[in-house]
Write a protein that binds this ligand. Structure first.
Ligand SMILES: CC(C)(COP(=O)(O)OP(=O)(O)OC[C@H]1O[C@@H](n2cnc3c(N)ncnc32)[C@H](O)[C@@H]1OP(=O)(O)O)[C@@H](O)C(=O)NCCC(=O)NCCS
Length: 173
């Protein structure tokens, strides 16, 4: 699945499913974003490689510049999600490069994963879940704009003692 968007002033982007060769670029992007979940490169490689296997489905979507002359394979945002059959779809990690923020990139990534989730559950009710640091006001503003509601809290969930908020959004198939 791919879709095009045109962030003001930054050119068009394409959102597509990741390929095995994208893992290093996704890891490098995430490593520059302290608010993103910190995964080693092997986790990205495994996530991409195992996308369609087993009872837990996984999908990694990436956003890339679509302008002529853009560096081949350059990635400005990604979203990793998983779905256990019969359960909710969990957003496991998301980040957009700082220079591409507030341009609708994460919105397009979320739309793509929502379509994927609805296709996976084939007409059944679908829900997106995620955990976010209670102090990540940027991500909270984004998720609340996207229709997520806070459904719970995990006290001192992160190694540094910060709480996690649990958020959920219903999808209409
Ligand atoms: C959170 C994040 C993914 C949002 O990506 P993005 O591409 O900038 O988001 P969008 O442009 O699609 O934003 C859509 C809407 O969300 C809200 N929003 C996004 N960033 C916001 C901010 N910094 N402050 C307030 N609202 C914000 C706005 O309503 C925005 O619409 P608008 O620009 O028309 O006002 C990005 O800031 C990021 O990568 N943060 C670091 C990693 C991270 O925190 N990941 C989340 C871990 S759970």
């Amino acid at each position: 699945m791919s879709s095009a968007a045109e962030p003001a002033g930054r050119g068009a982007i394409i959102v597509r499913r990741s390929r095995p060769g994208d893992a290093a670029a996704i890891h490098a992007l995430a490593a520059r974003e302290p608010s993103a979940a910190s995964w080693p490169l092997t986790s990205y490689q495994q996530f991409v490689a195992a996308a369609g296997e087993g009872p837990q489905l996984r999908a990694m979507f990436v956003a890339c510049p679509a302008m002529p002359g853009a560096e081949a394979g350059s990635i400005v945002g990604f979203l990793a999600a998983s779905l256990v059959r019969g359960g909710p779809c969990e957003i496991e990690n998301i980040a957009v490069m700082a220079a591409w923020r507030r341009a609708g990139v994460a919105t397009r990534l979320l739309q793509s994963v929502s379509l994927w989730c609805c296709a996976c559950v084939a007409g059944q009710p679908a829900e997106l879940w995620l955990e976010v640091r209670s102090g990540n006001t940027t991500a909270l503003a984004f998720y609340q704009r996207m229709g997520f509601a806070v459904t719970g809290q995990r006290t001192a969930y992160y190694p540094d003692g910060e709480d996690a908020l649990l958020l959920a959004a219903r999808l209409r198939s």
